[in-house]
Design a protein around this ligand. Structure first.
Ligand code: S3P
Length: 173
């Protein structure tokens, strides 16, 4: 069975929806950031701080390649993972890509008190979020085979049902 790869901006719910989807479909769930943390023995913020973003991106590509050799996974990507054409090619090779499209206003609410994302740990967090969002959404859309919207903060379980429905995987469930 092909992998199901969730993409989208930071805070769109890739990890929570991914876990719910894996449970719904009885598939194995892999969160790329958690995988990278496990392999490197460092947290994502530590990797950024000690080794720099380019090193994190190298680990991300290695992770995308490793996962592309496996099947039957639900994969939640990091918000930057699909932006590299090499990563997108690896992840597309073994799976179907689903974008969780959440408006910036809701992302801003969700990430208001968050300090775990190195790219947003800065004084002009709001501006940077808006800039990255504007820059990245078209790349996510270009990479995705399917897109689900969540403009009204629907719960992860409901989003999982919708994704399974869009992929026609609910028959018989
Ligand atoms: C990043 C998103 C993060 C994490 C890293 C970089 C990005 O993942 O991979 O901090 O470039 O958007 P989430 O999308 O799960 O926050």
């Amino acid at each position: 069975m092909r992998n199901i790869v969730l993409c989208g901006f930071m805070g769109c719910g890739k990890s929570t929806v991914g876990a719910a989807l894996a449970e719904l479909l009885d598939m194995r769930f892999i969160d790329m950031d958690a995988f990278i943390e496990e392999q490197s023995g460092m947290t994502v913020p530590e990797i950024f701080q000690k080794m720099g973003e380019p090193y994190f991106r190298t680990l991300e590509t290695r992770c995308a390649e490793t996962l592309s050799l496996q099947s039957g996974l639900v994969v939640s990507t990091g918000g930057g993972a699909l932006l590299s054409p090499a990563n997108a090619a690896f992840l597309k090779k073994s799976g179907v890509i689903v974008l969780i499209d959440v408006p910036l206003s809701l992302i801003e609410c969700r990430l208001a008190g968050d300090t775990s994302r190195p790219l947003l740990n800065r004084a002009d967090k709001s501006d940077e979020m808006r800039r990255l969002y504007g820059q990245r959404m078209s790349a996510y859309r270009a990479a995705a085979d399917y897109c689900v919207q969540n403009e009204d903060d629907r719960p992860a379980e409901q989003m999982a049902q919708e994704i399974a429905g869009a992929l026609r995987l609910t028959d018989g469930l």
